[in-house]
Design a protein around this ligand. Structure first.
Ligand code: RUQ
Ligand code: CUA
Length: 764
């Protein structure tokens, strides 16, 4: 090997050297010294050891948290509590190009309400798709409470694919909850409102305002909800709250609670006591029990009428068919959680200190025997509490939600007022342990806690207030997600994770190895529609097509250039940019940002995205790649030239910024020869080892081969110009040749390092 390789690779080695430079005040100290200096206890160290995840190590679980009013989803690892991704759902997410490219704008437009763009979502409850009650790792659903909508996120690429708007409700809190084979996604209304669109006076609350529960039909094959095959149960205006689907013996049924069965309408300014007073008068509210399997049969038999384009099962019909019942539940209840085996349902009353355990066997018997204690004002049969309840257990003040452990009968309930988690046994009806959290816990999540076979292990407590837990950052503090070890008899608090936005309501956590996200898209992929894009472009086929006032640019991006680099249009043209990322390499996303046009794209390997805008004003609009994709990333740039109408180009050629001679050309060629020697030696190393046994290396080699292919083309062009004595172009193309070589060498060295660090064997 020649010494000159150093010049060629100085950029690369710099990155390698950087790794060894970390140092800290504690770097020379012993563990005891660090503990003393930072005031850490043995218990702290134990907690740290349970969460600390060294570089390169992965998390056992991935948690998907609602982003609250941010309208997105946050993905983090457990037990490290490292945030891995934000997924744009109901709101634009610029870094993801979500809401900025035409393809994702189309998804957000599905969420319009009466033609109005809704620019936020109040995301509440994420839910995984299931097979036989087990998370299958394919889809995630999440609801928007404020604008009753459900979104579908495909976990093969962590992108939002669909948003559906509820045709009846004006708010919806009780979603998303899935049936055991993801036949349906449940979403219950919250604040009662007329099902029709127009004005209905509050005086008609009891007669015209309605609650409800929608079962959204999910088509597992295409990964989309089908509004036309979905149905909604009309329900009394009782402020339906959370829901859960039955499992095992209770499969086919759904459970939904409510918190204002008083049907109270406040109005402080009208001299009426507020909602909070009137909605908490009665000692009990109602759990709503619905039979979705029978309802689906009625729909299939053509017995259900469509209203607003969706099947609506009226209360009258539901009562007649025996598919809708009510059961009293504790005062102002909140969570309703079906046990993994489907035999019990636990409901907590926010204004009660008990959790109530219902027996499905008893409920079923009451239904079969038609044993009711009466009917509500809408004629819905009420099952007596004693005919449904198994036991009540005192768990603490303000119990909300319950999660199931892997151990039979063991559950964890969040206790809002007392700021704690209560571990208890619902079979024996006794409290096992209590742990204080900081502060005012809402939901809590155990690993795979909503599935038919929860894993236990960890619990995350989603606290509403953080108060003094973090450095103050203004009056609004971060949210506090606290990680708790639940593997032993006693719960142990491990870690506080601040989430800097409000208010993340609920989290679901899945075993990480169930997720199989793709590394790249099939080339030219429209990821939002899940099909090849009609605008995809291959290398060398880039073109600009004008039709009247419309200009379509079919371009590509690859390290480190955007094709085309100069786009010329006329003032008033509608410009549609379509870019395909030609990369096959892992993580080689290119961004595309343009001055003053609100264009910001994220183009992952294989993806094709479009941005359409009107070039209203003549001017010069630079554009560039926003991801630091390679050493020559800053040079990944170009210009949109918007010319005034009827503009005539001035005669004459622009003068070159720098002129090149034969000496420059020769110097560049020599560098290229030296670089090639480095590449050859790296290639020799790789091919003399069992590199095919390493997937990462195979991917790197594929990418390097691509780059080297481009290098050959550039070399040919360079030699062609040199033969004609055009050393200006010959030198520039030789420089481009070198750019491709550097990328190839970069990849090759990464592959070599990987082989060395992972004990590759010499094969020849
Ligand atoms: S809720 S804190 Cu919006 Cu799920 Cu209970
Ligand atoms: Cu592509 Cu920077």
């Amino acid at each position: 090997m020649k010494v000159n390789k150093k010049r060629a690779l100085s950029l690369l080695t710099g990155a390698v050297l950087g790794l060894g430079m970390a140092s800290s005040a504690y770097s020379q100290a012993s563990l005891e010294d660090v503990m003393k200096a930072r005031g850490l206890t043995q218990k702290d160290l134990l907690a740290a050891a349970k969460t600390y995840t060294p570089t390169g190590a992965r998390d056992e679980y991935l948690a998907f948290s609602s982003g609250g009013q941010s309208g997105h989803v946050i993905v983090y690892g457990i037990p490290s509590m490292r945030i891995l991704k934000y997924i744009g759902v109901f709101t634009p997410e610029p870094w993801q190009g979500y809401g900025f490219d035409d393809e994702s704008k189309a998804v957000l437009a599905q969420g319009q309400i009466d033609g109005k763009d809704i620019k936020y979502g109040d995301t509440h409850h994420p839910a995984f798709s299931e097979t036989d009650g087990e998370y299958n790792g394919r889809y995630l659903f999440i609801n928007d409470k404020a604008n009753p909508r459900i979104a579908v996120i495909d976990l093969h690429d962590f992108e939002t694919k669909q948003i559906v708007v509820n045709p009846f409700f004006k708010s919806a809190h009780g979603g998303a909850f899935v049936t055991p084979n993801t036949e349906y996604v449940m979403d219950a209304a919250q604040y009662a409102a007329p099902f029709e669109k127009g004005f209905v006076p509050l005086e008609e609350f009891n007669d015209k305002y309605r609650g409800g529960l929608t079962y959204w039909k999910f088509n597992d094959k295409v990964g989309r909800l089908e509004p036309e095959n979905s149905f909604t149960f009309e329900m009394p205006p009782y402020s339906q709250d959370l829901s859960d689907a039955g499992k095992g013996p209770s499969e086919g049924w759904g459970f939904t609670n409510s918190f204002c069965s008083e049907r109270y309408v406040g109005g402080i300014e009208r001299g009426r006591p507020p909602f909070e007073a009137g909605c908490s008068q009665k000692d009990t509210d109602f759990m709503h029990v619905t039979n979705w399997k029978k309802a689906a049969e009625l729909v299939a038999a053509g017995k259900v009428k469509k209203v607003n384009g969706q099947y609506l099962i009226t209360m009258e019909q539901a009562v007649k068919e025996g598919i809708f019942f009510l059961i009293p539940e504790p005062k102002s209840p909140h969570g309703v959680d079906v046990s993994p085996d489907g035999t019990h349902i636990i409901v907590s009353g926010k204004l009660d200190s008990h959790a109530w355990v219902y027996s499905w066997e008893k409920i079923q018997k009451a239904i079969a025997d038609k044993k009711f204690e009466g009917k509500d004002p809408y004629g819905v049969p009420i099952i007596a509490m004693k005919d449904a309840l198994r036991t009540q257990v005192q768990v603490g003040l303000g119990p909300l939600h319950t999660q199931y452990d892997s151990k039979e009968c063991v559950v964890y309930t969040s206790i809002y007022v007392d700021s704690m988690v209560t571990k208890w046994d619902y079979c024996e009806g006794k409290v096992l342990d209590q742990l204080h959290i900081h502060y005012n816990i809402g939901h809590l999540v155990a690993m795979e806690g909503d599935s038919a076979s929860p894993d236990g292990k960890y619990l995350v407590s989603l606290n509403k207030l953080a108060i003094d837990r973090f450095n103050p950052v203004g009056p609004l503090h971060p949210q506090n997600h606290q990680l708790i070890d639940i593997s032993g008899d006693k719960m142990q608090l491990l870690y506080d994770m601040p989430l800097p936005l409000g208010e993340p309501h609920y989290v679901v956590a899945i075993k990480a190895d169930k997720l199989k996200p793709v590394v790249r898209y099939k080339s030219g992929w429209n990821s939002r529609a899940d099909k090849r894009s009609e605008f995809r472009t291959r290398a060398g086929r880039e073109k600009t097509v004008r039709e009247g006032n419309r200009v379509d640019v079919y371009g590509t991006v690859i390290r480190s250039h955007i094709t085309p680099e100069i786009i010329e249009v006329e003032e008033g043209d509608t410009v549609s940019l379509h870019f395909t990322n030609l990369e096959r390499a892992q993580d080689e996303t290119h961004g595309f940002a343009m001055y003053g046009q609100n264009v910001n794209l994220s183009i992952e390997p294989g993806k094709t995205v479009s941005a359409t805008f009107k070039a209203e004003k003549a001017g010069v609009y630079p554009y560039y790649c926003t991801e630091f994709c390679s050493a020559l990333h800053l040079e990944m740039q170009g210009y949109l030239l918007v010319k005034p109408k009827g503009y005539k180009a001035k005669a004459g050629k622009a003068s070159e910024g720098t002129k090149y001679t034969k000496a420059d050309f020769d110097k560049q060629v020599k560098t290229n020869v030296d670089t090639q020697a480095v590449i050859d030696s790296v290639v020799a190393f790789i091919t003399s080892h069992n590199y095919k046994d390493f997937k990462t290396v195979v991917d790197l080699v594929t990418d390097a081969t691509d780059q080297l292919g481009f290098a050959a083309e550039a070399k040919k062009k360079s030699e062609g110009f040199a033969a004609k004595g055009d050393y200006q172009n010959a030198t520039l193309w030789a420089g481009q040749h070198w750019q491709y070589q550097v990328k190839t060498a970069d990849l090759g060295l990464r592959a070599k390092t990987h082989l060395e660090e992972n004990g590759a064997k010499k094969v020849k």
